[in-house]
Design a protein around this ligand. Structure first.
Ligand SMILES: C[S@@+](CC[C@H](N)C(=O)[O-])C[C@H]1O[C@@H](n2cnc3c(N)ncnc32)[C@H](O)[C@@H]1O
Length: 279
């Protein structure tokens, strides 16, 4: 990984699929509710920043829902150039969330959807940057992957038998003379993200100065598929790649109902709605 965080590669052909798919996930639904709340309280369009806007799908969706005060900032300049060309009516800036220009600060709402966990040195710096980007009295929605119950069992198994991530982690730490702050996850190539327990996540947010208003689980389907059907062989819960939708067998449906009854049992994400206190 070069730089302080993992930079995603995006396929511009998939943008419209992602806009549609985002409507179905809890983190965006919570974000839409938060934007409405801010709009009602302020009596005007809220100034919104999407930090780590990726292929632009959230900024596009929010604009289409009438929130035209939203701006995206993204570190991958290639996708930002594509977005400038394809969607000149929307606002995208190339840059890092840890070095925001003054015009992207003082926001009524900050959205950070799956970004701060990609910083290998830990979440302190990017979460503090999200705090600084929120105006006093403003809101932030921050989501990160959850070290859920199924992942905790898997972690324990791997630690006892020196397998999988536990082994990869140990080798990486030895080679680079460092210690991961939380439980890491590596995928092909140099992909990197942290998985945090609910307690660890809240602690990071409170350390930055945020008041946590609510904490919800998200993307149970993705978490269940990862835990019980990783290679998509059992056709229990699987993903239809074009639509980012999950189709379930009857067994998968029961499993999903069980997971929804126990938040953070298998949810891939956890989402915190925070407030920056008024000084
Ligand atoms: C999981 S994606 C989320 C994209 C988008 N928020 C969404 O929900 O569809 C994380 C994004 O954060 C970007 N990113 C990583 N480090 C960043 C940084 N320091 N500043 C801005 N963006 C960053 C990645 O390149 C990637 O596009």
């Amino acid at each position: 990984m070069e730089g302080e965080s993992y930079v995603f590669k995006w396929n511009e052909e998939e943008i419209s699929t992602f806009v549609y798919g985002k409507l179905m996930v809890e983190e965006t639904i919570e974000g839409i509710k938060l934007a409405h709340r801010a709009k009602l309280e302020l009596g005007r369009q809220p100034k919104i920043l999407e930090a780590g806007s990726g292929n632009g799908c959230v900024v596009i969706l929010f604009n289409r829902l009438g929130f035209d005060g939203i701006k995206g900032v993204e570190i991958n300049n290639d996708i930002v150039k594509v977005l400038h060309k394809k969607y000149p009516e929307y606002s995208f800036t190339h840059g890092s969330i840890t070095n925001l220009p003054p015009e992207l600060k003082n926001n009524d709402v900050v959205l950070s959807l799956g970004v701060v966990e990609h910083f290998i040195d830990g979440l302190d710096k990017p979460i503090k940057a999200m705090f600084d980007a929120t105006r006093p009295g403003g809101y932030a929605l921050i989501s990160v992957p959850c070290l859920n119950t199924t992942r905790k069992f898997k972690k324990l198994y791997q630690q006892i038998f020196h397998k999988g991530v536990a082994e990869e982690k140990r080798k990486y730490e030895e080679k680079n003379h460092m210690k991961f702050k939380y439980w890491p996850r590596f995928l092909d190539g140099d992909f990197f993200e942290y998985h945090l327990s609910t307690k660890q996540f809240r602690k990071e947010l409170e350390k930055a100065g945020f008041e946590v208003l609510s904490h919800v689980a998200g993307e149970d389907e993705l978490g269940l598929r990862e835990a019980f059907n990783r290679k998509n062989k059992r056709k229990l819960i699987w993903e239809e790649p074009k639509a980012i939708e999950f189709f379930k067998s009857r067994g998968g449906g029961y499993l999903l109902r069980f997971a929804k009854a126990f938040p953070f049992f298998a949810s891939h994400f956890q989402i915190c709605i925070c407030r920056r206190p008024v000084e």
